[in-house]
Design a protein. Structure first.
Length: 399
């Protein structure tokens, strides 16, 4: 937080749809004294910025603001500047003594107050510049979500998307120009959405109904993933995720990604977890990319074309490595040498050659060695029998 006893050059002001009337005396004084005022065209109009106004560039960049360092500058943001606003983007390049912030209630807070929803029990997302698939991991019966939307066309698109996901019975509450004289709240179900003439800025509240959503445990059904058959099957995937032990913000190297199912479940398991998925076959890279997009994880999963270990250099060091295919003594020794202390390695194998390799690695370095043998019921003539999958050997260790 900035120190109010200093003399910062930049002030970030949260602005509501009621414009100047809703600002504090301190915010109005700062605006009156500002040499330059940055914001969206709507923001600049609301405060009557005139010749001092500077609209954000398209695509968005904070560079014009930073170039004015030392002048009296104001940045306008909708509501709370640190809820999907410009505040977080600017702070990456500023020292604490350079700025002050005067927040207003966020649109999420305003809408929750209109609806009587407890914010601590409501999920909030910024979908004004992100795909609807970001909702997929959190949708479930009874979940409440408040999300920003891109423009007046986005609510209809959101309703159609929710319906395809099995949540057509969900109630959508649209809030247009919330907090100002043009404010309007309207309600519709996703599957029967027929609202038109929707005015931006618009935010939506979703009261989820009708669908089950994704399970929260590891080991999603195989048919949820696009693959050519090269996929870590559900029971083994659950065992593997347990061994990988994902934690918030960690980076996984998924070597021999196949369908990317391990990377997807790694990212679903922990807030902000990321994955780099290395795969030598281009056709499988397409499946990895498609699965990342389908689960709303394209921003957290990076497919990399190449064969390990040659493709591993030049990338950020991981917290954990999974080897699902293409294991070799060269790869294991390369990883052992390059990974920082504390990194985790989990390797699965089904061939006799890989089993020997992992047993030797265990003898040399220690760790934990596991063999999993799984059988499922399948038709056997006119009756049923056990269909045994190939045994999987798994070596796991902390470097």
């Amino acid at each position: 937080m900035s120190d109010p006893l200093t003399n910062p050059w930049l002030t970030v002001i949260g602005l509501g749809e009621d414009g100047l009337a809703g600002l504090s005396d301190a915010s109005r004084k700062t605006l009156a004294e500002a040499e330059l005022i940055f914001g969206g065209p709507r923001h600049l109009d609301l405060v009557q910025a005139g010749a001092r106004g500077r609209a954000w560039p398209v695509p968005f960049s904070t560079t014009p603001v930073l170039a004015e360092r030392g002048r009296r500058v104001v940045v306008l943001a909708s509501g709370d500047p640190f809820w999907h606003g410009a505040g977080g983007s600017l702070m990456r390049d500023l020292n604490p003594d350079e700025w002050l912030s005067h927040p207003a209630p966020s649109t999420a807070s305003l809408l929750a107050n209109r609806l009587g929803w407890k914010l601590e029990e409501t999920l909030t997302l910024g979908l004004h510049a992100a795909p609807f698939e970001r909702l997929r991991p959190i949708l479930s019966k009874g979940t409440r979500v408040i999300c920003t939307l891109r423009d007046g066309d986005a609510p209809r698109e959101l309703a159609a998307w929710l319906t395809t996901q099995g949540f057509g019975a969900s109630r959508l509450i649209l809030a247009e120009a919330l907090g100002g004289p043009r404010e309007r709240l309207r309600t519709a179900t996703a599957e029967s959405f027929a609202l038109d003439d929707i005015t931006a800025p618009v935010i939506a509240a979703i009261d989820c109904a009708g669908g089950a959503g994704l399970p929260q445990a590891s080991g999603l059904a195989d048919d949820l993933f696009q693959s050519d058959g090269q996929i870590t099957k559900r029971p083994i995937r659950a065992l593997t995720l347990s061994a990988l032990a994902p934690r918030p913000g960690e980076l996984l190297w998924d070597i021999g990604g196949g369908s990317g199912s391990i990377s997807v479940e790694w990212c679903l398991a922990a807030r902000g977890a990321r994955a780099m998925t290395f795969e030598p076959r281009e056709d499988r890279l397409k499946n990895i990319t498609a699965n990342a997009a389908a689960f709303g994880l394209s921003h957290r999963i990076l497919p990399v074309h190449g064969k390990a270990p040659n493709c591993l250099t030049g990338h950020p060091m991981p917290d954990c490595v999974f080897i699902g295919g293409g294991g070799s003594e060269t790869l294991l020794e390369t990883l052992w040498e390059m990974l920082p202390e504390g990194s985790r390695i989990v390797a699965n194998g089904v061939t006799l050659e890989t089993e020997t390799l992992l047993m030797q690695a265990h003898a040399r370095h220690g760790g934990h060695l596991l063999k999993a043998e799984i059988a499922e019921v399948a038709p056997l003539g006119s009756m049923r029998g056990w269909d045994r999958a190939r045994p999987v050997i798994q070596w796991s260790i902390s470097r």
